[in-house]
Design a protein around this ligand. Structure first.
Ligand code: FAD
Length: 329
């Protein structure tokens, strides 16, 4: 197969995750800049019937391994299969999502293929056939640019919600080729049973996030944020202090040791703005902070700051949003 750009799409619960379309869109930009075709790799249960969808974002052909045993990501099964499929494409560049599963897959794939991986990339530039990628270092305090030497294979995981999706072209469907790569017998003692799909907006894909910190005082007070989040179609996040206090699950934690998020709007409620928290949300498009301490460091990062007791502000703001929505509907 001729050299190409390859995107590894992430498939879960019967659908591609939105970040897969962002990565495909970026892949198309890279492929066009390098004068190459864009191919895809997709692994999962039920993925064969959906794979053509990737064509709407510029993927010409998708290699698919579809089996019920591949329902949930498991490194021991997915990595060898993806590595085998990628090998068949002989790509010049590999892109995949910097999601939780994507980062795991990317690092193992990089090791298996003996190539350098750069994680959590926020920008890719192609010039004179060379690929450069910008990625955060020192917990997001600054960014580094990496460039691959001629002949080496760049493997790049792309931060969700940063690279824009191209306008889907509904008239184009990707060619789908089912490949019969054997599924390795998993040696792991861990089995993914289910993903929590209780209707919550996924943090890393949310356009609006409302996060609560230690200022929320106790777990039950998060119902205020959940009410507002429901009105705004937002996800609820938390600082580590809130998670360590047992008020929120770790899956809600934003920051250096939690999730890195890039929503259009991030509302920090009762969060001081420690550097480790900023590492996870500092590149949000707009940041609003609500804190009763005018000297809280979060205000230096915020686009809009509200110095107020959150227990006064949030109910009043929620009421205003509710009124506004009812007049608009
Ligand atoms: C290695 C390492 C990794 C870490 N990783 C993370 C991470 O991933 N994510 C993370 O968040 N932190 C992380 N931390 C912890 C981080 O350093 C901070 O301790 C934490 O972010 C503080 O959380 P907070 O802002 O909720 O609490 P605090 O710093 O205690 O701030 C609470 C804020 O609430 C305000 N407040 C209180 N009451 C009210 C009220 N009624 N109305 C309005 N405002 C009010 C206060 O003025 C204060 O600013 C990490 C630390 C280390 C050392």
């Amino acid at each position: 197969m001729a050299k190409c750009v390859c995107v590894i799409a992430e498939f879960r619960n019967g659908n591609f995750r939105r970040v897969s379309f962002e990565v495909a869109s970026e892949g198309k930009r890279v492929a066009d800049a390098l004068g190459l075709e864009l191919y895809g790799v997709a692994v999962g249960s039920g993925v064969a019937s959906k794979a053509a969808e990737l064509g709407r974002y510029g993927v010409r052909k998708v290699l698919v391994r579809d089996d019920p045993a591949l329902e949930n990501y498991l490194a021991e099964t997915h990595v060898p299969i993806v590595a085998e499929m990628v090998g068949r494409l002989d790509p010049a560049v590999i892109l995949l999502p910097a999601s939780v599963d994507g980062k795991d897959l990317g690092s193992r794939l990089g090791a298996k293929l003996r190539v350098a991986l750069v994680q959590d990339v926020v920008q890719i530039v192609c010039e004179d056939g060379r690929v450069r990628a910008k990625w955060p270092i020192f917990a997001g305090k600054c960014f580094a640019w990496s460039e691959w030497l001629g002949g080496t294979l760049p493997v790049i995981s792309c931060r969700p919600n940063v690279m824009s999706c191209r306008e889907p072209d509904d008239s184009f469907a990707a060619e789908v080729e089912n490949v019969d790569v054997p599924i390795p017998q998993a040696r792991s003692h861990v089995k993914a049973i289910d993903y929590d799909t209780s209707g919550k907006v996924e943090l890393s894909e949310a356009e609006i996030i409302i996060s609560g910190g230690r200022g929320m005082k106790e777990a039950s007070n998060y119902s205020m944020l959940e009410e507002l989040a429901q009105l705004l179609g937002a996800a609820v996040g938390a600082s580590r202090a809130a998670v360590d206090s047992g008020w929120r699950p770790h899956s809600d934690q934003v920051g250096q040791t939690g999730k890195v998020v890039n929503p259009d709007l991030y509302i920090a409620v009762g969060i001081s703005g420690a550097i480790q928290h900023l590492a996870g949300m500092g590149s949000s498009k707009y940041i609003v902070a609500i804190n009763r301490d005018p000297d809280a460091p979060i205000f230096s990062k915020a686009d809009y700051g509200i110095v107020e007791d959150l227990f006064k502000f949030i109910p009043a703001f929620t009421e205003e949003v509710r009124k506004h929505k009812s007049t608009c509907s």
